[in-house]
Ligand binder design. Sequence first.
Ligand code: SF4
Length: 403
Amino acid sequence: MRNTIQLENLNSQSVDIYNLMGFQPKVVDMDYLGGLGVKPSPSEETLKGLINGSALFKERLGKGNLIPRAEAEICEIGLDSELEIHNYTGACPTLTYEINPVTGCNVGCMYCLVSDGVHENKMKAYSNYHLLVRKVLEEKMGERHYYYFSPKTEAFQEPTLQTGIAHNILREFIAHFHKYPDSKARIFIASKAGTKQLFYKHEGESILDLFIKLKDKLQFNTSVSIMPPKLREILEPFAPSIEERLNAVLLCQQYGVMSNSALVQPIIAPYLTEENMQDFFGKLKKANIINYKPEFLTACMENLSMIGQLMGYFDKEMEKTLYEYYINPENAEHRKQRGRTAPSRHLSISHLKNMMEISSRYGLTVSICYWVRRQLKISEEMIPVINSNGFQCLGYQTELFNK
Ligand code: SF4
């Protein structure tokens, strides 16, 4: 069964990427970098990526397919498929199955780790995804494991909310725990949802109602970025504001749903002044968050040229610093999947130390992904594998298995 549905966007921003007054996309080449005063000279390959990205950016802006269109194709997933194991480092210490009921994502982040910021294709939402979850829950019964909802799309976005797909997946877990009260399956939710998303109803039940029924088996980790607010509105075009996300955290806490750890990503390193960090961690503290998992922006060069130009629309000096953090040939091997480059290692470690110093004043602990630990040679003394608040990696709460 396939049909296309029109979606009603739940969030909109005050800025429109297609109508930025006075903005003209440029070609990020040697002249452009030189004009900004960027010091390191990129390799030929890096420069090619920046130039290609500039052309793609201009084309997508012109065609109007830079961010998602509010429509999705509804289809069915084969029930003989598997849920992917979430272990891209090859050494993740947890057993985690991925729940990805949509191909594509309506939040439309320009920095998206999954799509490299490409949102040209129509989204596909799988109306029977809960049946696949049901099958895997039965198969893996008895194992101590997590379900990560969702690493490759947003769990609570228009295509999953307006079809009831998200609600049906949560209902599968409720039925599973009803049948097997001792099951060691646990749900790890990482989401940009705000309160509007949590209150979204399908067949009379909201996401929050379903969370409450799962409250000892589930953790809701908000995902929030650190970057200039106006830039965030452009880079996360259909996401709730940071304030709305933190209100969702408070709402979960009010109903006893575990929600006290945040994924802090992406972090735009040139924005990390003492004042901005104080402001950010102060907000997390007010939302009773006690742990966070930091992750700096990683981007392929095509994507970097787009993010850089949008950043430069607001702040040219910050755009210059951004390129300097990423394009140095010495940094070319500091890459995650699909050629996504991370900022210079020594800057990453010094920013991480600063962040940890400031966030510790707000009583926050840090958990970190194994890839970052290995790349930055972070010792167990600096960040334990399981920290004093019981969190590891992305912010999995180990205590969840004792409930
Ligand atoms: S919410 Fe996540 S999956 Fe969706 S576009 Fe943003 S980064 Fe990508």
